[in-house]
Design a protein around this ligand. Sequence first.
Ligand code: SME
Length: 165
Amino acid sequence: MYNYKIDTADKASLYKDLYTACEAITMGEDDAIANMANVAALLWQYIPDLNWAGFYRMKNNALILGPFQGKAACIHIPLDRGVCGKAASSGEIQCIKNVHEFEGHIACDAESVAELVAPIFNGEGKITAVIDLDSPIANRFDDQDVEGISHIAALLSERISESIS
Ligand code: SME
């Protein structure tokens, strides 16, 4: 049983403790799917006001659904579609206040309004996956969320370096 102490009182504490938990749960494990599954579970359990949390993996120059928590979601995302495709094609984190104003947004869950997508790079600078967080609350994600999730994405660079296709 894993029992992490996560202080959810404020975002700084939340992301500090979440990083430590993600580091601990993936330590010494080289199976990318297992690591993504456990990290998705931690993000889902501790980050408030989400309706989806998980991963899309880069495969054959497109994104394919990875481990997640939330409602069943679209499986294939071309790189020129959606917030996830934008993050994967540009290599830049996407923090979208309202997805209804984002051209090409893919509505997997009609409840999603705000979205935060962070690319994960391998050691050679190639994108291997993205972390995707959805919220039903407009403007849900701010600079602290961007920083916290970027930090976790950087950690996972080393922890999902095995082939994930
Ligand atoms: N809305 C995303 C698709 C993935 S779901 O949110 C789980 C997008 O536009 O890329």
